[in-house]
Structure formats: C-alpha cells, structure tokens
Design a binder for this molecule. Structure first.
Ligand code: NAD
Length: 267
C-alpha cells in the first residue's frame, strides 16, 4: 500500500513538472517570456491581479511581513467583526493605508496591463482584487473590481455611498450626513462579492483564451476560484509571481519574478 502511495506521489510530481513550464528570472526566462508573449495575441485575454502587482509601488501586500501595522495582521482588521467592535482602530489602519496609496505611483506592471488593453480593447478584461485604484491611475478602464475601492465610503446606517479622497481624514470614524458611521466600501473577509462584478469576472474567465494571474496568493476565495474556472473552460493559464501559489498546478506557464519586471517584457 505504501509503495502504491509512493508511486502516485512520484507520478504527480513528475506530471506536474512536465505540465508546467516554470521559469525564473535568469533561468531560461527569455524563451518562456517569448512563448507567453505570443500567446497574449489571443483574442480573449483576462488579467487577474492581486496585491503583489502593487508591491513595487510600495503598497504592502496582506501576507508579507510588511503588511503588519502596529503588530495587527490585516486579516484581523479587515472584517466586519473588527469594525463593529472598534471602528476607530479599523479606520486608523485604513487611514494609514490610504496615506501610503496616495503617495504611491503606478509601476511598470500596471502600465503594461494598460498597454495590453490599449492594443486589444474589445478582447481584454482586467479583473482585480485590489482596492487601491492604481490600475485606473495607470490608465486602465472598465476594471472589474471584485473587492471594492478604498476611496469610496458606505454608510452603515443608510447605505449611501460616496467618494472620499481626503488624506488624512479629518474625523475618525467618518460620519455620513445622516449621522451614521461610514465604512470603507470594500469587501471584507467573510463578506459577499458585488454580484455584478463577480458575474462579469466569471463570464470573462469562461471566455478567456489566456488567463494571466499576477501577484495573487490565490488564497482568497471566491476570487481565487477564477483561475480554475478559466482553466476548466480551456484557457491557457499563466502565473506571474515571485513565489509559489496553490494555483500553480493549473498553469501552463509560471513566470517567477516581480510583475514590474516581467509584465513589460510580455509586450
Ligand atoms: P496577498 O497579499 O494574499 O498575496 C500577495 C501575492 O503577491 C503573494 O503571492 C506574493 O508572492 C505576490 N507578490 C509579492 N510581490 C510581488 C511582485 N513584485 N510581483 C508579483 N507578485 C508579487 O494578495 P491577494 O492574493 O491579492 O489577496 C489579498 C486580499 O487583500 C485581496 O482581496 C485584496 O483586496 C487585499 N489587498 C489589496 C491591496 C491593494 O489594493 N494594493 C493590498 C493588500 C491587500
């Protein structure tokens, strides 16, 4: 029995090795980049981005050590429960994060995706888990924002939403004109995704010939499930990330390295 398990394990390691074409910067990356570059001429292309694409703009990811703030993990603050128990603390953190994002500039990774959209406006969909607005500041448009927008506030009493770009905010927690406490209009852990955005993302993943996942740990569901939807619908999956992710097994090409270096080379 244990020999059978060993054989199965070995078979899975070998088949995954051949299935994925793994490339690190400096290790035969040129041929991998060229192959992916050719595939990006596909008619239907989806780019699916996570916090990693903004890391080179100095916006911390949630899962790196740099994501910590006053020893709180983002996962413990980005929840409705944390907000209900201490809205002031949660807003202090978001105020800090808004300050960092305000100072940040889009990097070559964001700009490369803008260029891909410019070249194929009808066949390119950009789906992001990011809340920072850097894709739009890089010139991308019609971005499918699965997790909302840090610059929009929603009233917890009347539900009214508004744009607020004040940095730093002059009153924490901010209040709606109805007197209710406002929260960031973003999706916290455990909350539902906006229905329309999710449907657009699933439709695009189903129709994609090529699906390129950039800078995402592929751990946050349901968003991370889009990689599988695309793969099962026949898309060629490409991953751009310096580190391994649980979605790597679904990929045809894995380009290991920072998005700001790899994406411009795909143009
Ligand atoms: P994550 O923090 O879970 O993972 C980040 C991933 O990016 C990791 O896999 C890491 O290896 C990779 N990475 C780091 N530097 C990179 C680089 N230079 N180039 C490419 N990849 C790099 O991020 P996630 O998967 O997006 O999930 C976290 C959730 O947190 C999301 O829902 C998102 O809304 C939110 N978030 C957003 C921002 C933002 O808007 N900038 C920042 C932090 C977290």
């Amino acid at each position: 029995m244990s020999a059978l398990i060993d054989n199965l394990l070995w078979y899975s390691i070998v088949s995954n090795f051949w299935q994925n074409c793994l490339s690190r910067i400096g290790e035969g990356v040129d041929s991998a980049i060229e192959a992916v570059r050719r595939s990006l001429r596909a008619s239907q292309l989806v780019a699916f981005t996570g916090a990693g694409i903004s890391a080179e703009s100095q916006v911390p990811t949630f899962r790196g050590a740099d994501g910590l703030w006053r020893n709180y993990s983002p996962e413990s603050l980005a929840t409705a429960e944390a907000f209900t128990s201490d809205p002031h603390l949660v807003w202090e953190w978001y105020d800090w994060l808004r300050g960092l994002i305000h100072e940040a500039q889009p990097n070559p990774g964001h700009l490369a995706l803008t260029e891909l959209q410019r070249r194929n406006p009808k066949g390119f969909t950009l789906v992001t888990q990011n809340i920072d607005g850097l894709h739009e500041r890089a010139g991308s448009h019609d971005v499918v924002k699965l997790h909302g927008d840090i610059w929009r506030l929603r009233c917890t009493a009347c539900g009214r939403e508004e744009l607020n770009e004040q940095v730093p905010m002059d009153h924490l927690p901010p209040l709606c004109r109805c007197g209710g406490i406002q929260r960031p209009a973003i999706v916290w852990f455990g909350e539902m995704l906006p229905e329309e955005e999710w449907e657009r993302a699933v439709d695009a993943a189903r129709q994609a010939n090529v699906f390129i996942a950039v800078g995402t740990s592929a751990l946050v569901y349901p968003a991370a499930g889009l990689v599988k939807v695309a793969r099962q619908s026949g898309a060629l999956v490409v991953i751009v990330n310096p580190d391994p992710t649980p979605a790597d097994d679904l990929a045809k090409w894995i380009l290991r390295g920072p998005a700001g270096e790899i994406l411009p080379r795909l143009l």
